[in-house]
Write a protein that binds this ligand. Structure first.
Ligand SMILES: [Zn+2]
Ligand SMILES: [Zn+2]
Length: 244
């Protein structure tokens, strides 16, 4: 209630500028990004033909079943799904989360919708992809935790931000870093410090962007090794192959 009032006050006092296209518009609702930018963003609705495991769109044609791509062979999670493609409004949301620990209500609503759409109701525990201690101190918060908390508010499922830890400070992924280098930078980076809390849990690993899937796969490996019953993945956005 107070939050809504504050939002109204801000919009009355400050000009509305879209964080994505920088246009001054009156159509900004429940987000810092305008309707046009949201409409220009691919949000997955279940009609896409995707790889059953990693969720990559394999064809623009209508949905076909039992599709597998070779890229996720050996990944440890069951299914990885995302709200939509890393572009326009979703890219803006992800970039915004690097400096501000807040997810817009529009993005949070889409996240909840993706959760339901993909049949993750059996999930018993949400685990955000951890940052290394050093990175978390530098940033002041973990963006995956912000996403996990938004999902927890909508689903009432518990979040465990402490049991999975990142034990090395991997270099920031840079453009030009090839797939293999990226994958190796997260290999063996994750450790479970409180295995008891994960025993028998159906875990949903949550992150901002799914790029090669190496990060969430190694998270899943560590969680399964410590007794998690299953590990699925939900991210806010998904980088399109060839664009990272
Ligand atoms: Zn815009
Ligand atoms: Zn795949």
């Amino acid at each position: 209630m107070l939050g809504k009032l504050k939002e109204h006050l801000y919009s009355a006092l400050l000009p509305q500028q879209c964080a994505c296209c920088r246009a001054n518009l009156a159509t900004i609702r429940n987000s810092n990004t305008c309707d046009a930018c949201w409409q220009a963003t691919t949000i997955y609705d279940g009609s896409e033909s995707i790889c059953d495991r990693c969720g990559v769109i394999v064809a623009a044609s209508s949905k076909t079943h039992d599709v597998h791509c070779w890229q996720c062979d050996g990944h440890h999670y069951e299914r990885a799904r995302a709200v939509g493609t890393y572009e326009n409004a979703l890219a803006t949301a992800v970039i915004g989360l690097k400096t501000t620990p807040k997810l817009s209500s529009r993005a949070a609503g889409l996240l909840l919708w993706a959760f339901q759409q993909n049949g993750f109701e059996n999930v018993s525990l949400i685990v955000p992809v951890p940052l290394s201690k050093r990175r978390k101190i530098e940033r002041g918060f973990n963006q995956a935790e912000v996403i996990a908390d938004a999902l927890a508010r909508g689903t009432r499922i518990k979040v465990d931000p402490n049991s999975l830890t990142r034990i090395q400070h991997s270099p920031i992924h840079r453009i030009g870093m090839d797939r293999k280098a990226r994958d190796l930078s997260v290999k063996d980076a994750f450790r479970v410090v409180r295995p008891k809390l994960l025993d028998g849990q159906s875990v949903l690993v949550v992150d901002d962007v799914f790029t090669t899937g190496a990060t969430v796969s190694y998270c899943a490996k560590a969680l399964l090794k410590c007794g998690a019953r299953s590990v699925n993945v939900l991210t806010l956005a998904r980088a399109m192959p060839g664009k990272f």
